[in-house]
Design a protein around this ligand. Structure first.
Ligand code: SF4
Ligand code: SF4
Length: 75
């Protein structure tokens, strides 16, 4: 599954900080609104989320907790 940041265009102020920090060239501003142009190039480094001042980019992680099986002492 291709994982990419979630963008909220309504929160984007067009500052361009995320575009500057993205080393994969995955982001672009179109009429001062953020877009992902090359989602397959996104390395999911989360740097765009870190620099965004408005919270327009989210890079969530899913935490999977696997069931553990306790093994008793050997006899
Ligand atoms: S997560 Fe990293 S590679 Fe992906 S768009 Fe953001 S800055 Fe670019
Ligand atoms: S850093 Fe945030 S506010 Fe600035 S262009 Fe990127 S998404 Fe928009």
């Amino acid at each position: 599954m291709l994982v990419k940041p979630i963008l909220d265009e309504a929160l984007c102020n067009g500052c361009g900080l995320c575009v500057d920090v993205c080393r994969c060239g995955a982001l672009v501003l179109v009429k001062k609104i953020i877009k992902i142009i090359e989602a397959e190039d996104c390395g999911y480094c989360t740097q765009c989320e870190l620099v965004c001042p408005t919270g327009a980019i989210q890079c969530p992680f899913e935490i999977v907790i696997e069931e553990t099986i306790e093994i008793g002492p050997e006899e």
